[in-house]
Design a protein around this ligand. Structure first.
Ligand code: GDP
Length: 444
């Protein structure tokens, strides 16, 4: 959905704004333990507008006034993920050097920015708001996130950005036949030198396109189509992207924006890791992105030819994957050697299987049966002496499997309980390697 990131220096009130917009009524639940994610996301509501909102406030621990590398990285990630930005300042304090530093990010993003002069309750913010014109981010909108003032102006501004809510039911539903007839869109992502191009070259059966930086290759055309055992695959090559950008910008790593492009393109994402340095920070970040975008995931552990054969090695990989990536528990993990062409068969099978799971619709009767069993085995906790009532659950869509759970008090259901439901559902319906979403809704 349309995504807005809230950015700005610490203490300007980003979280307060986030909480006001997300409220407690509709929590987007995410079976994410937060190992790699320092941002919060939620479904924001502003009258009849809905959009996804990302808060970068978890970063507020940096030393006062400084912009730590970590904050920078997270702000950049949030900006890359967003379609538009809320740039927040504290109107009572006026502009600080840190505000200006964050404003640079906002300007460079080349995305619509709304300048929000927060803490403007009463007339407190007049001065800061005036000052903020100097940022060159347009007219400030004076709000008070805490007191709920200025929400009308905010609504007017946001309504010009957010497209009208698409009704998910109206989405064209592909038939199984239609789906089988077209290629599966696959992206192969991973850190530089994981071996992505080598694998793609192997799949193509010839050394072309990828190993040499061809001038004039546009970003959009870096996709190749192959047929493997009668099934079509359209493969998006991020290695090609990186090579090209390296030449242009001397970038050493795959940028978030590039990874995001690839992930958005794909239905199934192959996260390729180097067997000798696997599950590193950057791998987990990419996995986080894949989960966030709701894509099916296959993990390929490459350069397996360099590993000394040892008993239990594959089982160890499985354990590592489930430990590091609990949010996509059971994601298929395949040991390959792109160089030697080993494990390719299993990789392609895993892609097809993951794709099928991602497209799965759980039959209503089976879903109801599971739901009753799951809450009987482990009832939701009581809150102030009253048991929470979970009424029913329904699958609203596939790709990835998404459910709405109707209940008495959405705000009172702990994340841990929802994680329990997701895991139980995963096991019962065999949903490995795909994100599973449960959204809570209060029964009217
Ligand atoms: P990319 O940046 O992910 O596209 O990685 P490349 O495909 O360019 O590979 C990086 C380096 O790893 C190259 O020197 C490859 O020859 C090497 N490499 C790639 N795959 C394998 C593999 O399966 N086994 C071994 N031993 N080396 C590999």
């Amino acid at each position: 959905s349309f995504t807005i990131a809230i950015i700005g220096r610490p203490n300007v009130g980003k979280s307060t704004l986030f909480n006001r917009l997300v409220g407690q009524k509709l929590a987007l639940v995410d079976d994410m333990p937060g190992v790699t994610r320092d941002r919060r996301e939620g479904e924001a509501k502003l009258h009849d507008l809905s959009f996804t909102i990302i808060d970068t406030a978890g970063l507020d621990e940096g030393p006062k006034g400084s912009l730590t590398a970590r904050m920078q990285e997270q702000t950049e990630t949030a900006i890359a993920l967003a379609d538009a930005l809320f740039f927040v300042i504290d109107a009572r304090i006026g502009l600080t050097p840190a505000d200006r530093a964050f404003a640079d990010f906002a300007r460079r993003a080349d995305k619509p920015v709304l300048l929000l002069a927060n803490k403007s309750e009463g007339k407190h913010g007049e001065l800061g708001a005036m000052e903020s014109y100097a940022l060159g981010l347009g007219d400030p909108i004076q709000i008070s996130a805490e007191h709920g003032e200025g929400m009308g102006e905010l609504y007017d501004a946001v309504s010009k950005l957010v497209p009208p809510t698409e009704d998910e039911d109206e989405e064209h539903e592909e038939t199984d036949e239609e789906r089988a007839a077209r290629p599966i869109r696959v992206a192969i992502v991973g850190r530089p030198n994981a071996g992505k191009s080598t694998l793609i070259n192997h799949l193509l059966g010839e050394e072309r396109l990828l190993t040499s930086p061809e001038a004039g290759t546009t970003r959009d055309s870096i996709a190749v189509e192959i047929e493997y055992k009668g099934r079509g695959f359209r493969i998006f090559d991020t290695a090609g992207l990186r090579r090209r950008s390296r030449i242009e910008e001397k970038l050493e790593k795959l940028s978030v924006a590039d990874a995001l492009r690839a992930v958005r393109f794909a239905e199934v994402v192959v996260l390729m890791m180097d067997a000798q340095n696997r599950f590193e920070e950057q791998d987990l970040r990419i996995a986080d992105l894949i989960e966030r975008e709701g894509r099916a995931l296959v993990i390929a552990v490459n350069k397996w030819d360099l590993m000394e054969a040892q008993p239990g090695q594959i089982a160890g990989l499985r354990r590592d994957a489930d430990h590091w990536l609990p949010q996509v528990a059971g994601a298929p993990i395949v040991a390959v050697s792109g160089l030697m062409g080993e494990g390719i068969d299993r990789l392609m099978q895993a892609i097809v299987q993951s794709y099928a799971v991602w497209n799965r619709r759980v039959p209503t009767a089976a879903l109801n049966r599971w739901f009753e069993g799951a809450i009987a085995n482990n009832p939701p906790p009581a809150v102030s002496g009253r048991r929470l009532k979970l009424n029913y659950i329904t699958q609203t869509k596939a790709r990835p499997p998404s459910f709405v759970l109707f209940c008495s008090r959405a705000d009172a259901i702990p994340q841990s309980y929802l994680r329990y439901l997701v895991n139980s559902m995963r096991e019962t319906f065999e949903l490995p390697g795909t994100p599973v979403r449960i959204t809570l809704r209060e029964k009217a």
